[in-house]
Ligand binder design. Structure first.
Ligand code: GCB
Length: 593
C-alpha cells in the first residue's frame, strides 16, 4: 500500500480493506500496567483535533505525512495539522460543538511531547484512561497498537519508537456503533466519542510491576491477606511487601515473573459503616507501587449475601456516567455529589450502569464506604455467536477486574444486562461468568436477567452461573398491571438471592398530575410506592435498585416530556431537583435501616 500510494495517488480510493492493518496489534488486559502510586506525566490539556467521517486518515495515511507547513507541501493533502482545532483532553467531542453532538465516526487527536530517559526509567508507556470505542495509536508516523472497548483503560509501550527530543503522538478514536461491538448499535444512552478520560505517560524501569492484587482471603477467618504480583518480565527475585498499619513487612519470592504469598494479619475490616483502609507498598527491583486497600469478605450462602459474615440487604440505586455539560467525562465533584445523593436516599450500594465508570468512582467509594456493582456493556442483542465479539467482551471484563480488583467497595461483577435466553447467549455469558471467577474468585458474579414469560417466573439458564440474579422489571410502567409482579413472585422459587436490579418510570421534573398520568412525578412516585409494597416482604429478594439516580441523555427518547432524555431519574437532569419518588424510596430505606 505504501509503495503504491507513493506512485499512484489514487490507489487509496479503491482500497476498501484500508482499516485491516490498523485493527491489528490489539492491546488488552495483558498489556495493562498497575498504576497505583506511580508518577506519571499527564498529557491532559489541548490536543489538535479533527473529525474524519470518511476515514481518510487511515485511507490516506495522514499519520505518515511529515508535519511540515503547508507552504512546503509538494503534494496536496486533506489534513493540515497547523489548521485543526484544539480540544481539551479529557473531554467528549459530543459535548464540545452542536454539530458534533451526534457525530459518529473517527476523530484524530495529535500532540507532541519530549522525553529523556533518566534514573533507571528507560521505558515509556502511554496509558489512556478510556477512549470510546476503538482507538489506534501512532507515534512519529508509525502505527503502534489498537484497542477496543469504550470504558476501560489500556496501555501501549512507546519505548521502541521514541526519538530524542520531540515526539509526535496521534490517536485516532472511532465511536461508530456496530452490531458486533459491546455494546452493539442499539442501547439506551448517549454515544459519546473521544479521549474522555485522562491520558498519561508512565516512565518505567526495564522490569516493572505489571499487576498486583491485595485482598482478604475469603475463608471466614478475616485474618489472612493474599498478595499476588506479576512482573513485566519472566524474571526471578524477591519482592517486598509493606503494610505499616498492620505491622506487615515481608518478602514475596518471585519466579518467572510471578509471586504470591498469604500473610497472617488482623485488619480492621472494611464495611460501609467503617471504611477502614490501609496503605500497602510493593517493591521489586527499581519499581515501587503504593495502593490503599480495604479488607472485607463478600460471600453468598444460599439465598443470602454476606458481608464480613453478616447478611446484607442491598439498598441500591443505579446511575449512569452522564452529565449535561461533561457528557461521559466525570469529575471528583460529580462523583462525590452522586454519593451524597445516594447516601441521602439511604443507599449502601450503587449499580454503575452499564459499563465501567471512571476509576476514581471505586476509589472514592472505598474512602466513603459505599459498595458498588460494576458491569460490562453486554447489553441487549449482542452478537452472541461471534467469537470476536466474545473476545472483546471478555477483554473488557478482565480489564475492568484488573483495574479495580483491589477496591473493597466493589462487591459484584456484572456480566450483562437484559439478554434474551438463547443458546448462543448462554454460551457467551456463562463463559464471561467463568472468566470473572477465574480472574477474581473473591467477589460475586451477577447479571440483570429477563424472565421466562411463558411460565411467568424468574427463570434463566444463566442463573446457575451467577451468585446474584438481577431482575429488571418495570411493572407499573412498561407493563402497567402491577398484579403481574405479584404473579411473577408467586410463581418463582429461586435457589439464590434475587435483587431488583431495575425498576422505575419516567417523570418530567415539575410535571404533576394524577397517579395514572404517564410522565408525571405523581405517577412515578405511585409506581415506587406500589412496587415497594409488593417486594418488601419477599424473603429471597435481597436488594432493590431504582432505575435511576439522575435523568440521563438518550437520543431514543423523543416525546415532549423526554426530548432526548431518559426521565427515570429520582433527581432531574440538573442533579439537584428531587422528584416526589425520591422521598418514597428514602422512606423505604430508612425503615429497612
Ligand atoms: C432497561 C435497561 C436500561 C434502560 C431502562 C429504561 O431495562 O436496562 O438501560 O434505560 O430499561 O429506561 O427503559
Amino acid at each position: 500500500m505504501t509503495a503504491n500510494a507513493a506512485e499512484d495517488p489514487f490507489a487509496h480510493l479503491h482500497d476498501e480493506d484500508y482499516a485491516a492493518p490498523y485493527s491489528r496489534r490489539r492491546v488488552g488486559v495483558d498489556d495493562m500496567v498497575f498504576m497505583a502510586g506511580r508518577e506519571t506525566i499527564p498529557l491532559d490539556g489541548d490536543w489538535l483535533f479533527v473529525t474524519d467521517l470518511f476515514d481518510e486518515g487511515l485511507r490516506q495515511r495522514w499519520f505518515a505525512d511529515e508535519p511540515v507547513p503547508i507552504s512546503q507541501w509538494t503534494r496536496p493533502r486533506d489534513y493540515d495539522l497547523d489548521e485543526t482545532a484544539t480540544v481539551p483532553v479529557p473531554s467528549c467531542w459530543t459535548m464540545l460543538r452542536p454539530e458534533w453532538t451526534h457525530f459518529e465516526g473517527a476523530g484524530w487527536y495529535t500532540r507532541s511531547f519530549a522525553f529523556e530517559p533518566s534514573n533507571g526509567r528507560e521505558r515509556l508507556v502511554l496509558r489512556i484512561g478510556s477512549a470510546n470505542y476503538e482507538a489506534r495509536v501512532f507515534l512519529n508516523g508509525a502505527f503502534l497498537a489498537s484497542h477496543r472497548g469504550g470504558s476501560t483503560p489500556f496501555s501501549v509501550d512507546l519505548t521502541a519508537n521514541l526519538r530524542p527530543g520531540e515526539n509526535r503522538l496521534q490517536v485516532q478514536v472511532d465511536n461508530r456503533r456496530r452490531s458486533d461491538r459491546v455494546p452493539m448499535h442499539h442501547f439506551d444512552w448517549h454515544n459519546d466519542g473521544g479521549l474522555y478520560r485522562e491520558v498519561d505517560l508512565v516512565p518505567l524501569p526495564g522490569v516493572f510491576i505489571r499487576d498486583c492484587g491485595i485482598g482478604l482471603v475469603p475463608d471466614g477467618t478475616f485474618s489472612r491477606i493474599a498478595v499476588d504480583i506479576t512482573l513485566s518480565e519472566p524474571v526471578d527475585g524477591i519482592a517486598r511487601v509493606d503494610i505499616p498499619g498492620l505491622g506487615v513487612r515481608t518478602r514475596c519470592p518471585v519466579t518467572a515473573g510471578r509471586g504470591a504469598i498469604v500473610i497472617e494479619a488482623q485488619p480492621l475490616l472494611w464495611s460501609p459503616g467503617a471504611p477502614n483502609l490501609y496503605r500497602a507498598t510493593v517493591e521489586f527491583g527499581d519499581d515501587v507501587v503504593v495502593d490503599t486497600v480495604g479488607f472485607r469478605e463478600i460471600r453468598r450462602s444460599g439465598r443470602d449475601i454476606l458481608l464480613n459474615g453478616e447478611p446484607l440487604w442491598l439498598r441500591g440505586v443505579c446511575v449512569h456516567e452522564d452529565d449535561a455539560v461533561l457528557g461521559r467525562s466525570s469529575s471528583d465533584e460529580d462523583v462525590r455529589r452522586r454519593f451524597r445523593h445516594a447516601r441521602e436516599l439511604g443507599c449502601n450500594v450503587l449499580r454503575l450502569a452499564h459499563y465501567p465508570h471512571h476509576e476514581r468512582v471505586a476509589r472514592i467509594a472505598d474512602e466513603e464506604g459505599l459498595m458498588l456493582w460494576e458491569e460490562v456493556p453486554v447489553y441487549w442483542a449482542i452478537d452472541f455467536a461471534n467469537p470476536d465479539t466474545f473476545a472483546d467482551a471478555e477483554n473488557q471484563l478482565l480489564e475492568m477486574i484488573r483495574r479495580d480488583r483491589n477496591r473493597a467497595s466493589v462487591i459484584l461483577w456484572g456480566v450483562g444486562n437484559e439478554n434474551a435466553d438463547t443458546d448462543a447467549r448462554y454460551a457467551f455469558m456463562s463463559g464471561l461468568a467463568a472468566a470473572a471467577r477465574r480472574a477474581d474468585p473473591t467477589r460475586l458474579v451477577a447479571a440483570a436477567c429477563l424472565i421466562n414469560r411463558e411460565a411467568f417466573r424468574i427463570e434463566d439458564r444463566l442463573a446457575q452461573h451467577l451468585d446474584v440474579i438481577g431482575l429488571n422489571e418495570y411493572f407499573g410502567w412498561y407493563e402497567p398491571d402491577l398484579a403481574g409482579l405479584e404473579r411473577l413472585i408467586a410463581n418463582s422459587d429461586p435457589d439464590r438471592p434475587v435483587v431488583i436490579s431495575e425498576v422505575g418510570a419516567d417523570a418530567l421534573s415539575g410535571h404533576r398530575g394524577g397517579e395514572r398520568e404517564l410522565f408525571t412525578e405523581d405517577c412515578q412516585a405511585a409506581i415506587f410506592r406500589d412496587q415497594i409494597a409488593v417486594i418488601r416482604s419477599v424473603p429471597w429478594i435481597r436488594g432493590f435498585f431504582p432505575w435511576l439516580l439522575y435523568d440521563f441523555r438518550s437520543p431514543r427518547r423523543q416525546t415532549r416530556f423526554q426530548r432526548g432524555w431518559n426521565r427515570k431519574g429520582l433527581i432531574a437532569e440538573d442533579k439537584a431537583t428531587k422528584k416526589l419518588a425520591f422521598a418514597v424510596v428514602a422512606n423505604f430505606y430508612r425503615e429497612l435501616g
